[in-house]
Ligand binder design. Structure first.
Ligand SMILES: Nc1ncnc2c1ncn2[C@@H]1O[C@H](COP(=O)(O)OP(=O)(O)OP(=O)(O)O)[C@@H](O)[C@H]1O
Ligand SMILES: [Mg+2]
Length: 457
């Protein structure tokens, strides 16, 4: 095994330095030694080490002080504490200061070597994340929207092209794909950036209220209108108005909307004066607007007015290559928010995230990561912190959708087979364990395997 990882041993006892040097060299690490804290720090500043084995009792400095100073260095190595006088408080303090592991003398060689291996792996992951984050900032982000997939790169291009114009934009995409984020990016990269960006979710507001919310009203326009009120169109003058869930708007308000878009003027509810505004409208929907037109719940002329430029955001399951970038982005965001040491995703946990279908899209991913970041007891996030449904694939029910008629008995049979296969996969084809998972006894399972002709691949 060849490794070019460098490890520093900081210990005042010569015997310890020799023993550790020999042990580490035998594992092909390249080893340097330091006999006190000052020397150790000097070496760490001059050379990049993957890990430091640090004694807590050094002649010139307290080991915890050295650890603190190491935290401030540029290429911070992972630190493993080795000490003869372990006290719980010191161990806790060291862990809080970011020590990767803590060993009491005498220690077991294999345990120490394993800890070193893990520490180096952790550091490699962090480094990879840092590099990714850099690339991500350079190439794969646009006003806080992350994405390297062709689908998202096209979205970025459209945003840049459309932003400087005044034309209305329609954003379509499933829930949680980032429609509002895209709308904000358009506003921020337009000439209107200094003016207001106002968002309204039309689906949340009853029709009668929505009208006065958008257009305002004059005093006495309706019972309860005790004073005049500006609407959002006036508030957004010079800026952008984001109409979310635009398909839920009633036909009556749709016709008023059409008028503002065409004439650039409107009247407050109950008012007689025409009010001129310069507002850019960005509309969004997570249902297909064309279908709404066909169903007669959305005006065709308004559809064409809104649909001058359409930005279609692909669902997350169609762009799995964005998942590691987004994951890393959210780990950083929530790690910082919760003041955690730098965290990294375990590669097998990342695979679980990539394989999942994400019906709630980026919002769902963001929630899963936030939760994992907050709950993770270690600096490497593992898949056991994800909600159950993320790691267990839904049963394969595609055959239910097939065109050919399939009898219920057949369907049940196939479903049974799917479940048995899933249980076997999960238990590594251990029939006893699989039977327990399925709550049948082992003989019954064995008979079923024969009947369904299931064999271990
Ligand atoms: N590409 C992305 N990069 C970074 N964060 C994203 C991305 N897409 C979505 N998000 C985040 O996911 C969350 C949901 O995004 P947003 O509210 O824009 O979705 P939406 O499409 O408007 O959803 P809904 O249809 O449910 O209103 C937000 O916290 C947003 O910051
Ligand atoms: Mg939204």
């Amino acid at each position: 095994m060849k490794t070019n990882e460098k490890i520093l041993v900081a210990d005042d006892e010569e015997i310890m330095r020799d023993v550790l040097s020999e042990l580490l060299s035998s594992e092909s690490y390249s080893v340097d030694v330091a006999e006190n804290g000052t020397r150790a720090l000097e070496m760490i500043r001059n050379r990049e080490y993957g890990a430091v084995l640090l004694d807590l009792m050094l002649p010139d400095m307290d080991g915890l002080q050295v650890l603190e100073a190491i935290n401030g260095t540029e290429n911070r190595p992972e630190v493993i504490i080795i000490t003869a006088f372990a006290s719980i408080e010191r161990a806790i303090k060291a862990t809080k200061l970011g020590a990767f592991d803590f060993f009491e003398k005498p220690f077991k060689n294999d345990k120490l070597l394993l800890a070193i291996k893990n520490a180096l792996e952790h550091r490699r992951l962090l480094e990879e994340n840092r590099r990714l984050r850099q690339t991500l900032h350079d190439r794969y982000s646009f006003h806080n929207i992350i994405g390297k997939s062709t689908g998202m790169q096209q979205v970025f291009d459209l945003i840049s092209q459309a932003a400087p114009r005044r034309s209305t934009i329609l954003i379509q995409g499933e829930s949680g794909t980032g429609k509002e984020l895209v709308a904000k990016a358009i506003h921020a990269s337009s000439g209107r950036a200094e003016a207001s960006f106002i968002a309204i979710n039309c689906g949340n507001i009853p029709s009668e209220l929505l009208e006065s919310e958008l257009f305002g009203h004059v005093r006495g326009a309706f019972t309860g209108a005790t004073s005049a009120k500006k609407g959002l169109f006036e508030a957004a003058d010079g800026g952008t108005l984001f109409l979310d869930e635009v398909t839920t708007i009633s036909l009556e308000i749709q016709s008023k909307l059409l008028r503002v878009i065409q004439e650039r003027e409107f009247r407050r509810l109950g008012g007689l004066d025409n009010i001129k505004v310069d507002v850019r409208i960005i509309a969004a929907t997570n249902t297909d607007l064309q279908t709404a037109v066909r169903q007669g719940i959305f005006r065709e002329d308004l559809y064409y007015r809104l649909n001058v430029i359409t930005i279609q955001i692909p669902p997350l399951r169609e762009r799995p290559q964005d998942i590691p970038l987004l994951t890393d982005w959210f780990i950083k965001k929530y790690g910082d928010e919760n003041q955690r040491d730098p965290l990294a995703m375990d590669p097998s946990a990342m695979k679980v995230l990539i394989d999942y279908r994400w019906p709630g899209n980026v919002r769902e991913l963001e929630n899963v990561i936030e939760r994992a970041v907050v709950l993770s007891p270690h600096t490497t996030i593992t898949a056991d912190l994800f909600p159950k449904n993320i790691s267990t694939p839904p049963p394969d029910t595609a055959f239910l959708l097939s065109e050919e008629p399939v009898s219920l008995k057949d369907k049940v049979g196939r479903f049974e087979k799917t479940l048995i296969l899933a249980a076997l996969e999960k238990t590594g084809w251990n029939q006893k364990k699989a039977a327990r998972l399925l709550s049948v006894n082992a003989t019954t399972l064995n008979e079923k395997l024969k009947r369904l002709k299931i064999k271990e691949p």
